[in-house]
Design a protein around this ligand. Structure first.
Ligand code: NAD
Length: 438
């Protein structure tokens, strides 16, 4: 153990920083390829976890392979893992035979994706506001967000009482401080300083309700919330869950434009549930691990505007399997509405999907993790004549970093695309008109 008072990253750790992911272990020295020192990676370790040379701030390049962390060495070096409160050094030496060995004390590496957490916690305040937090989606979503150690404040707002939800969640021993807000007067405080605002406010679809009924109620709710965001947290990332997403995203954008604070990179329609469903249904059908699947679902977020790109799944399907899957992904919401028999729509699966999306935004913007991708409904020019479209989007520190083009489509998927475009165009226009003509 050595002190490294010259390492500002180490010094920046706050007194109350959490302990490392796991207790110290002493991995046995392992052989690695020539010129590499190797140490067994602790369970849950991650390739992006930094290692620094003692006395410098220079990160040491390393690779992660087959459960080993491989570190290039040409001479004995000492390294510091900045996660440990009591600094840990690792000595890497080349073996006389020419193979490099690592006699490691321990590389205390956090669970992915939170491997940069101690750095972040020392300097960042990450406030996430959930609007509609007392609702069917809002409550489980807030629970999942409370479990995310990147969040330092979780602000729960609703027009209905949310103090109980906040009190309940506040007893969970994760870092986020939970605050409850209710009613118009408290909305500015709920939004002020927010890094990310997630909006599951509104009414869910009930049996017998037309799309227009749903639109008329939720459009007004979302417009009001967007106005408050424009005034109180204009730089926040905004993740819109409230349906119809194809119209509510343009509503948010138009309101922000009217206030001169629109940044198209920061406004997202959350379509993640379609991807979650596609992965689940295909995994079930093909006996595959659905967690390893990453099926793009592009277009929009209702009925025929949902375009599952099953041809990119790595599996093959008969015509009837494909028909059934596509219908189930496009109308999965109906399955839940019917099963709940009037008691609401998808809430728990949506909360899971919403938390996954929020976590991705935080990984990219707070942890600055590279290569975070989600399908999301954003301002896009991948389809001529459509202002918004969902394809795979790479997220970055400022929101949308790269919009991927439409993947190769099969002939069948091309027909889905052709059916989606006019419907989507109408949905988008409806949202734009709601703000500009009302
Ligand atoms: N994007 C998706 O994939 C997806 C999936 C399922 C549901 N949804 C949509 O999410 C929304 C919420 O669904 P739910 O099942 O949680 O409904 P819910 O009725 O259970 O909860 C909605 C909450 O929003 C609150 N609310 C209403 N107006 C508000 C306002 N002006 N400000 C703040 N809060 C307000 C309500 O008080 C309620 O607590 C619906 O629009 C639904 O269609 C989206």
């Amino acid at each position: 153990m050595t002190n490294n008072n010259n390492n500002p990253k180490y010094q920046a750790l706050p007194e109350d920083a959490p302990p490392p992911y796991a207790g110290p272990q002493m991995p046995a020295p392992r052989a690695g390829p020539s010129n590499y020192g190797a140490t067994t990676a602790p369970a849950g370790s991650h390739v992006n976890a930094p290692v620094y040379l003692v006395g410098t701030n220079a990160p040491v390049q390393h690779r992660y392979e087959h459960g080993m962390i491989l570190i290039p060495v040409r001479q004995p070096v000492r390294m510091v893992c900045p996660y440990e409160r009591k600094e840990v050094t690792t000595t890497v030496e080349r073996h006389a035979s020419g193979k490099a060995y690592c006699a490691a004390a321990f590389l205390a590496i956090f669970l992915p994706p939170f491997c940069f957490l101690p750095f972040c916690m020392s300097s960042c305040q990450v406030k996430v506001t959930v609007i509609g937090a007392a609702g069917g989606i809002g409550q489980p979503l807030a629970l999942l967000l409370k479990a995310n150690p990147l969040i330092t404040e979780l602000a729960l707002y609703d027009v209905a009482p949310s103090a109980g939800v906040a009190a309940d969640l506040s007893h969970i021993n994760t870092p986020a401080k939970v605050t409850g807000y209710r009613g118009d007067d408290q909305l500015p405080a709920a939004l002020s300083g927010a890094h990310l605002v997630v909006i599951p406010a509104g009414v869910p679809r009930k049996p017998g309700m037309t799309r227009d009924d749903l639109f008329n109620i939720n459009a007004g709710i979302v417009k009001g919330i967007a106005t408050a965001i424009a005034k109180n947290s204009p730089k926040a990332f905004v993740a819109v869950i409230s349906n119809p997403v194809n119209s509510t995203v343009p509503i948010v954008a138009e309101v922000l434009k009217q206030h001169g604070v629109y940044d198209p990179k920061r406004v997202f329609g959350v379509t993640t549930l379609d991807i979650v469903r596609a992965n689940t249904f295909v995994g079930e059908l093909k006996g595959a691990d659905s967690q390893t699947l990453s099926i793009p679902v592009i277009g929009g977020h209702s009925g025929v505007t949902i375009i599952p790109v099953l041809s990119a799944s790595g599996h093959t399907f008969s015509d009837s399997e494909r028909e059934t899957l596509v219908h189930r992904i496009q109308y999965g919401g109906d399955e839940v509405v019917k099963a709940k028999d009037g008691a609401g729509s998808a809430t728990l699966s949506m909360a899971f999907a919403g938390a996954r999306f929020a976590n991705s935004v935080l990984e990219a913007s707070v942890l600055k993790k590279a290569g975070v991708k989600e399908c999301t409904f954003v301002k896009s020019d991948v389809v001529e004549g459509l202002e918004y479209f969902s394809t795979v989007v790479e997220l970055g520190a400022e929101g949308v970093a790269k919009i991927h083009p439409i993947p190769n489509l099969s002939e069948y998927e091309r027909k889905l695309f052709d059916a989606a475009v006019p419907e989507l165009k109408g949905n988008i226009q409806k949202g734009v008109d709601f703000v500009n003509k009302s």
